[in-house]
Design a protein around this ligand. Sequence first.
Ligand SMILES: *Cc1c(COP(=O)(O)O)cnc(C)c1O
Length: 231
Amino acid sequence: MTNVVENLSRVRKRIERACSASGRDPREITLLAVSKTKPMEMVRQAFAAGQLDFGENYLQDATSKVQALPHARWHFIGQIQSNKTRSIAADFDWVHSLASEKIARRLNSQRESAIPINVLLQINVSSDPAKAGIEVERASDLLDKVKDMQNLKPRGLMTITENTEDTDELRGYFAKLRKLLEDLNATHDLEDFDQLSMGMTADLEPAITEGATIVRIGTAIFGQRKKKEQQ
Ligand SMILES: *Cc1c(COP(=O)(O)O)cnc(C)c1O
């Protein structure tokens, strides 16, 4: 049996240790519990233990969870198909995986709440053709479009790194995302464009060293996912 509450406190300790090693304040970091494919019961246990932010990738499995726990903060972190934007615009507070103007326009026009969706641009920092996200060089253009959309509030950048244990390589990717955030702030007049969603179970420490403000943790909280469900 996975002990969600114990796992959560272990992950919080990992975050604290990584913060003290790099002179950061753990309060700067949001722990996003990635509950994709996991049962509602586990989400409830985490919520009862004080976990507020949850991340989901698959809409068909997320909608009922969001409706069952509307007071949690829900983040959509998976690839977005056009026919899914209406539900995402209705149910989610954050979208981490924005990577095209077309999807941005749909989310913007389909958002009915007066509160904008917080959006992060997903960047393919390693230029891996197998990875989702836009190239570093295209971020500025997409941001220009998104910043004029009333129902979207650009909050920062997100990346998924290569599956490697080479810490220096990982730090290089994370540093690239941080540098891009700084460059975009210098060239665009934006408020609160300050979030770096980077770091997962395997690489949360180097992500924090390089400035992560949101870490997205699934396995270390909820246990392994079944192979076919893994993304
Ligand atoms: C599944 C997933 C995670 C969580 O990954 P773990 O390695 O289980 O912590 C984080 N971010 C995204 C985008 C994911 O799809």
